[in-house]
Design a protein around this ligand. Structure first.
Ligand SMILES: O=C(O)[C@H](O)CO
Length: 351
């Protein structure tokens, strides 16, 4: 079903169901719609984004009308043929095969994500396709979840509720289910503002270069990755997955961490070598890990990491609040429309 605002408004008057839209169109309406840029949306995105697309009057779009399963690859390759714009989520691999299938009309790709490791940037650049993405609008939700995951892991909340529910709760014991406190700790982070009230002693961070404007807000010290590993009581990872950061959290890094340290990852599973992490957790090299992201996703339920009491695993929900997902959806829709109009996007990746 291809939708545009004008056609929809007129159709409301003749009260047909959406599925009958194409059949109910007059030839004028069909002509009007057929001149609009065609867009394929690979997921049933949250309502704010869909509303923007629908009411823009600027595009006709078709969508994979489900949030429960991703569009099958074969279907996607068919649907993108000849489109001018594509709005995708992080489950779609946008590579040479897909761009070939889409053909030369494709001028704009908009992903409803801050991460872009599912996009082949080189192939997009080669074809002059502009790329929109959704940074910033999810920062609060991700920071909140990171704090929740950090506290859940360090204070062993999953183990504790399990014990309470399954009869493990005997007498009050002096060291039972003890964890690690944020108070007086050193935290290597990008969520520092959220953690400041917990009386953290020191914030440290690493990046390709110091970021004094940001660091000064929270009084964080720039250190090397080695120092970050050595000093952090809580180490949180929030970098993009790129060839440079692939498996940057590996045996070498874990071996430098204190065995009382907690490792948190809310970025991409690919920045961690999971075998090395399993080793570090099971041998007591580090105290615990909280992961919102893994390789693969979903992580098979028989994966060794699930057997560890000191590993808390969430199903990639860091940005999952209603308001944030709607904001991401709206930003992705607006990026797409601006791109198709040849205007600067609100958030555009520099290729
Ligand atoms: O890349 C993103 O936008 C996030 O991982 C989604 O939660």
């Amino acid at each position: 079903m291809w939708c545009s605002r004008t056609a929809l408004h007129r159709l409301q008057r003749i009260a047909v169901t959406p599925l009958n839209i194409t059949g109910g169109l007059t030839s004028n309406m069909q002509r009007e719609m057929s001149t609009l840029p065609r867009v394929y949306v690979t997921r049933q995105i949250p309502p704010e984004g869909l509303k923007i697309l629908r009411e823009s009057g600027q595009v006709q779009f078709q969508l994979w009308d489900s949030d429960d399963i991703p569009v099958p690859r074969q279907e996607l390759l068919e649907k993108v043929k000849g489109v001018d714009g594509l709005l995708c989520v992080l489950t779609e691999k946008i590579d040479a095969e897909l761009l070939e299938a889409a053909g030369p009309n494709l001028k704009v790709l908009s992903t409803m994500s801050v991460g872009f490791d599912h996009l082949s940037l080189e192939e997009l650049k080669k074809r002059g396709i502009r790329v929109g993405y959704t940074p910033d609008v999810l920062t609060d939700a991700v920071a909140e979840l990171t704090v929740a995951l950090l506290l859940t892991t360090s204070r062993r909340l999953i183990e504790a509720t399990h014990e309470a529910k399954t009869g493990g709760w005997g007498t009050w014991r002096t060291l039972w289910l003890c964890g690690y406190e944020l108070a007086n700790s050193t935290v290597g982070v990008a969520i520092a503002e959220r953690l400041a009230p917990f009386k953290v002693k020191k914030f440290i961070y690493t990046d390709v270069a110091p970021r004094p404007e940001l660091a000064s807000i929270i009084n964080a010290e720039y250190v090397s990755l080695d120092e970050l590993a050595k000093q952090s009581d809580f180490l949180t990872v929030c970098c993009a997955l790129t060839p440079e950061t692939k498996e940057i959290c590996n045996k070498d890094l874990f071996s430098k961490m204190k065995n009382t340290s907690i490792f948190i990852n809310t970025s991409r599973g690919g920045v961690v070598n999971q075998e090395d992490l399993y080793e570090a957790l099971s041998t007591g090299q580090i105290a615990g890990a909280g992961l919102d992201v893994t390789v693969p996703e979903p992580l098979p339920t028989n994966h060794p990491l699930f057997t560890l009491k000191n590993c808390v695993i969430l199903p990639h929900i860091a940005s999952a609040s209603y308001s944030t997902r709607n904001a991401m959806s709206a930003l992705a829709a607006n990026n797409l429309l601006l791109g198709l109009r040849g205007e600067p996007m609100i958030k555009e990746l520099k290729l």
